[in-house]
Design a protein around this ligand. Structure first.
Ligand SMILES: Cc1ncc(COP(=O)(O)O)c(C=O)c1O
Length: 427
């Protein structure tokens, strides 16, 4: 890979993008209105992969239960085994266990509470950029167990948090560090690897939890290299169906006391069983990324294929991000269109996932979103009127932003169309 491709991205070949597009439902036409539309709200919930959605439905139609013996039941059990293997490969994680729940929020809440309740220490460190699930997942048990909550501030220029601004809050009495991987508001990727390494120089056995809901669909995570204790994601933001949150837990987190039936094994963090179709859906997402990897690399190693596939997705999305910011000879980019501003600096695209916060000079975020909708574009405003975004947008000195989040199945033509509509709205 040449350095220019790494810096500013590289599109996948057009024929492959066409095949990728065809693997998703409802890319061009809104099934609700039957009209053409650009869906740029994939951070809210992404396009659904046909294979993932279909795999879920096919299995969910079976009335059988896992663990009951017999061919159909054994098949359902095998889906869970395969999905757990695939998720571990996805995160490059060894040992520990996979926890599933109805949402990613529940996973991070349960894990944070188990750590804060059971691990010695007098303070908990988190950041102003957290989604409320991770933030309140720290704040509520910290209050309950009498521990101090320390919050790393966002740099309003970058919309990110430098490792030293997190690490300076850690001391020998920190019982949990909970850090988001990619902000769902600013799109900044935090340098978790450096944060974890430097924090453990201060407290070698520090427990570290990472909300990777917005990064997992766009890039790689590596538990072996980073040594985290928990990472989570939400399949509905990664081509999957809604109704499932997934986390990987290290062995020491797995073994902490947690909500479970008395006789249930320690590795089970589920209350009741998750729909087996969900496991088929998870493996379908994993297979899809490996399929992309296979177009570029001839290997049967599933981690290698996944890494290759995600790298291609990441580079394609980075190229779309570059186009969105800088436009082309024919169309002005977001950085040049009058009346609109990108809310944070976007100098180094390697530190960004494809999520762009913008503000309009003469339009409120709500009005801008509705104007986009009238023009056949779906985006979402994140403002301080919502408990889901108030702290994060205020931390970049804004009352709100309009969040633009395309996906790797989009093309330059889609981005250009969006830029033309943006210029019209900004007028
Ligand atoms: C960064 C981040 N974390 C957590 C969540 C919550 O995911 P779920 O809806 O599965 O609880 C979201 C949802 O938007 C998110 O963006």
């Amino acid at each position: 890979m040449n350095s220019e491709a790494i810096k500013n991205g590289q599109l996948m070949p057009a024929e492959l993008t066409a095949q990728i597009r065809d693997k998703y439902y409802h890319v061009d036409i809104d099934p609700f209105t039957d009209k053409k539309r650009l869906f740029f709200d994939n951070s809210g919930g992404s396009f659904r992969l046909k294979a993932a959605s279909d795999a879920f439905k096919k299995v969910d139609d079976l009335p059988n239960c896992g663990g009951h013996g017999g061919v159909a039941s054994d098949y359902l059990d095998s889906l869970r085994t395969q999905a757990c293997k695939d998720i571990s490969t996805m995160f490059n994680a060894e040992g520990g266990c996979i926890a599933t729940s109805m949402t990613a929020s529940i996973v991070v809440f349960d894990v944070s509470e188990a750590i804060i309740a059971n691990v010695p220490g007098t303070n908990v460190v988190t950041t102003a950029l957290e989604h409320p699930s991770a933030f309140d997942g720290c704040a509520i048990p910290a209050k309950k167990y009498g521990k101090e909550l320390r919050v790393a501030k966002t740099n309003p220029e970058t919309g990110s948090i430098a490792p030293e601004d997190v690490v300076k809050l850690i001391d020998k009495d920190t019982c949990l560090l909970s850090v988001i991987m990619t902000s769902n508001i600013t799109g900044a990727i935090l340098d978790i690897e450096t944060i974890a390494r430097e924090a453990r120089k201060i407290k070698p056995d520090l427990y570290i939890v990472c909300d990777s809901v917005q990064h997992t669909p766009h890039g790689l995570t590596d538990m072996k290299a980073w040594g985290l204790d928990c990472v989570n994601f939400a399949p509905y933001k990664f081509g999957g169906v809604r109704g499932l949150g997934v986390g990987w837990l290290s062995e020491r987190v797995m073994n902490l006391p947690h909500r479970k039936l008395v006789e249930e094994k320690q590795s089970n963090w589920e209350m009741g069983g998750c729909a087996p179709g969900m496991y088929a859906m998870l493996s379908a997402i994993f297979d899809y990324v490996c399929w992309i990897g296979k177009q570029f690399q001839d290997t049967e190693d599933r981690r290698e294929l996944y890494v290759e596939g995600m790298t291609r997705i990441m580079l394609h999305e980075r190229a779309l991000l570059y186009r969105l910011l800088h436009g082309s000879d024919e169309v002005k980019g977001l950085l040049e269109i009058e009346g609109v501003k990108v809310a944070v600096d976007m100098d180094d695209l390697t530190q960004r996932d494809l999520i762009v916060p913008i503000v309009f000079d003469k339009l409120s975020c709500e009005d801008a979103s509705r104007a986009y909708e009238k023009n056949g574009v779906v985006v979402h405003e994140r403002t301080d009127a919502s408990l889901y975004s108030a702290r994060q947008v205020n931390s970049i000195n804004q009352h709100g932003i309009v969040r633009i989040s395309p996906l790797h199945c989009h093309t330059y033509a889609d981005i250009d169309e969006f830029l033309k509509i943006t210029a019209e709205i900004a007028k």
